[in-house]
Design a protein. Structure first.
Length: 530
């Protein structure tokens, strides 16, 4: 269901003049209906587009049940998704935890697409519906449309059509080749999806174009052999060649592969000797969706901080205008306070910094620095302290930074003090922890630098590249993992992922872990026989 009718799209209305406190309440009580949702959406849009200056995709608001929300959880929150047993497993787990009261549900799920799709729960009260529309349909929506990472890496106009294509393509493959054969490829590709994205920008391709080329690509792979392998002479002939001649031939073929290659799924899709065309397309689908989620991994704090700041500003403005009651505003503050709750470092439930809490605090702090800076703020942020333009400053930050660079640029000593941050040095050769930074000028800079590094995706995901393969022998594939700060791969998980990689490659696989500083080999992980 949508605000007006199924599949209706709410275009962003033009900003209207401030209606003032005499405009009257938009709703009373906790019950909602579609007329109230439409009215609150338009009232929120007046503030978001007018006062805050947001720029958004058209909105599509979907009201769903808790069961449908659980279903959305299981498939990464995407409105269309191919079938796979892992999604059903995740659904059963979340459903069991939810019914036993051990897990709550999100107030909303929002899709980075055009139109921007926001799922809201039918169990929500009217105030909660207003909160999540402000949060998702305007906060997240603006961030998706304007942040440079999303603009470079994602295709909001094409993702829905591509998801529809992927769903039907997988279904067609199941009908032609059997579900077991399809699951075998998807299982292996899912295990490698974190290594299915490029970290450095390449030429952006339209998802609509990818969809159009899929059928032609499948026909080509089914009718032709991989040219990399057809250029190789028979093994006996290769052995008969001189050593220098054989080495030159091997080097020419390897040069065509463009090694080293960071996108392992891309390398598999293009070069795996034994994959059929339809299997390559399945790998491509998983790789394309992995690339779609790549910006979200790097902007969790900023994205949630932006949306939380936006919903707080909008709901506060609605209350000040007299368009929601004080009782509704208190209900909003209760939910908002729960969202931004941050356990202390010595709390049993502390698991790191809440991105809603830290992101919101930094956004509010930027507004304060723009409007009412202290001498400390002027020393730390001379470029915008006291400029009197908080919303343009925030919009520029939302557009041009990701989490680690945003923290490095905008985390202030005040926020560090408010969150009672300190740097705890944990050296493997030491028997005790050491407090490496406290609340002084040098300490603030170290804390900001260390916290920024914590959000650097390159430090949180392993740096693994395809570096070589044996063209003349057993066609073994060689990968290298650059080990930073002595953080090796967890052996059990690495063994399983290497086994999945062998499933796709079709021949033996060797993963070597090397110390990034010394280039010394630390460990080798060999694939087992299928």
């Amino acid at each position: 269901m949508t605000i007006e009718e199924a599949d209706a799209v709410v275009a962003p209305p033009q900003a209207l003049p401030d209606p003032g406190p005499s405009a009257g309440l938009l709703y009373q009580g906790s019950d909602w209906d579609f007329n109230k949702l439409k009215n609150i959406h338009d009232a929120i849009a007046e503030i978001a587009l007018g006062k805050l200056g947001l720029d958004i995709y058209p909105n599509q608001i979907e009201v769903i049940s808790s069961e449908q929300m659980l279903d959305a959880y299981s498939s990464h929150g995407l409105p269309l998704m191919y079938r796979h047993w892992s999604f059903g497993k995740r659904f059963v787990r979340d459903q069991t935890l939810y019914r036993k009261g051990m897990q709550g549900l999100a107030y909303e799920i929002v899709i980075n697409s055009s139109p921007c799709i926001s799922y809201i729960m039918e169990e929500n009260t009217m105030t909660m519906q207003a909160l999540v529309i402000a949060h998702a349909a305007f906060g997240h929506n603006h961030f998706f449309k304007n942040n440079e990472l999303f603009r470079q890496w994602t295709d909001a106009e094409g993702i829905l059509d591509y998801l529809s294509f992927a769903k039907h393509y997988v279904q067609e493959c199941e009908e032609r080749h059997g579900r077991a054969a399809v699951d075998r490829i998807l299982d292996a590709a899912h295990a490698l999806e974190a290594q299915g994205a490029w970290r450095y920008l390449r030429k952006k391709k339209s998802l609509a174009e990818e969809k159009r080329r899929a059928e032609a690509r499948r026909e080509h792979f089914e009718q032709a052999l991989d040219p990399i392998w057809t250029t190789l002479p028979a093994l006996a002939q290769a052995k008969a060649m001189g050593r220098d001649e054989a080495a030159a031939l091997e080097n020419r073929v390897k040069a065509r592969l463009g090694l080293p290659e960071e996108n392992i799924l891309y390398f598999i899709e293009k070069n795996a000797p034994k994959l059929y065309g339809w299997e390559r397309e399945l790998v491509r689908i998983v790789r394309t969706l992995s690339q779609y989620f790549y910006p979200q991994k790097q902007t969790k704090l900023m994205n949630e901080g932006c949306a939380t700041f936006v919903h707080y500003e909008i709901m506060t403005e609605l209350n000040e205008q007299g368009r929601i009651s004080n009782g509704a505003y208190l209900e909003f503050l209760h939910a908002h306070s729960s969202v931004i709750a941050q356990p202390a470092f010595d709390s049993p439930v502390f698991s790191g910094w809440n991105p809603y809490a830290l992101g919101f605090a930094m956004m509010r702090d930027i507004k304060r620095i723009c409007l009412d800076p202290s001498d400390e703020d002027r020393a730390w942020f001379p470029s915008f302290a006291g400029n009197g333009e908080p919303y343009p400053t925030l919009r520029a930050a939302w557009a041009n930074y990701r989490d680690e660079s945003f923290i490095l640029q905008f985390l202030s000593p005040k926020v560090i003090r408010d969150f009672r941050m300190f740097h705890l040095a944990d050296e493997s050769g030491e028997d005790v922890y050491k407090v490496g930074a406290i609340h002084d000028d040098a300490g603030y800079r170290m804390i900001r630098s260390k916290l920024s590094a914590h959000y650097d995706l390159s430090r949180r995901e392993p740096d693994i590249n395809v570096v070589d393969l044996d063209l003349m022998g057993d066609r073994r594939l060689y990968l290298s993992h650059a080990v930073h700060d002595k953080r090796k791969l967890e052996r059990g998980a690495a063994d399983k992922v290497v086994a999945h990689l062998r499933e796709l490659w079709g021949y033996p696989v060797t993963l070597t872990e090397r110390d990034a500083a010394t280039d010394l080999d630390l460990r080798k992980i060999e694939s087992s026989e299928r």
